[in-house]
Structure formats: C-alpha cells, structure tokens
Design a protein around this ligand. Structure first.
Ligand SMILES: [Zn+2]
Length: 145
C-alpha cells in the first residue's frame, strides 16, 4: 500500500530540463508503471526516466586506472635470485655439476648439485671453509673444504 505509487505522488527522478534528479509529481501511470511526470522545479511535464543506479560511474570515459606496469620484482630478493639463476643457468651444463660434498674445495663459478637445493653456482668462496652458492630458490651459504 505505502509502496504503491499513483498519479499525484511525488517521486525522485531525472528531469530532462533541469538535468538532475529532482522531485517530480506523477502525472500519468499505466498499470503500475509511471509514464509521465511533472518536475517540481521547472514544472515541465515529461516522460518518466527511471533513475539508473550508476554502478560504474563514468566507466566509459577517461579510464583513471592506468595499466600497472608489470611489477618489477627488484625488491623481491628471491625473485632476483631466481632471475639471476635463470640467466646463469643458460651457460650451465648439469652433467658437469659437482655433487655437493662439504669436504671438497670449490671455486667461484663451480657448478654443483646439492641433494636438497638442486643445481647451484658457486658465487663466492669464503675462506677458509664456506661458499655462497646461488640456487634456483636463492643463495645459500654452505660449508666446504
Ligand atoms: Zn525540471
């Protein structure tokens, strides 16, 4: 009852002249549909334009969202290590990898294979008995020698 509208009721709708959503008096209805309304502001009578709820305001116009450039993962050390590893990997021959043995002595750029970390490249030899090895998942400090 209270939700039913009829001629003479006031509703908010868009006025084509005022170009805004304003109070209108319903002038004519067909069944339960409002067909003509009178603008309370300019008193212009016009067809009823249902107020559209703008879900995406101005979506068609100038897109504010700029395509985010592909995330440079320089801040991510793991990704950086992976990229470095990928780059080094191209020159690697897995068959030449020396199985990791902590009693062995390694040199920089030695390729070794570790039972847990996989293939790695010796990046730094820390005397007397440590090496930094770049594995696919990052750098690891290993004992050797
Ligand atoms: Zn108006």
């Amino acid at each position: 009852m209270n939700t039913k509208l009829s001629a003479g009721n006031t509703i908010e709708t868009r006025c084509t002249r005022c170009n805004g959503v304003l109070n209108h008096t319903i002038v004519a209805m067909v069944a339960e549909k409002i067909v003509r309304v009178e603008c309370s502001t300019c008193h212009g009578v016009h067809a009823y334009h249902p107020v559209k709820v703008p879900k995406e305001p101005a979506a068609a116009k100038g897109t504010q969202k700029k395509a985010v450039p592909s995330r440079t993962s320089k801040a991510d050390p793991e990704a950086a290590a992976r990229a470095e590893w990928q780059a080094l990997q191209t020159g690697m021959d897995a068959t030449q990898a020396i199985p990791y043995d902590m009693n062995r002595v390694y040199r920089v750029k030695s390729l070794l294979s570790h039972p847990n970390f996989g293939l790695g490249i010796v990046q730094l030899v820390i005397q007397p008995n440590k090496i930094d090895v770049l594995f696919q998942n990052g750098k690891k400090r290993l004992r050797c020698g």
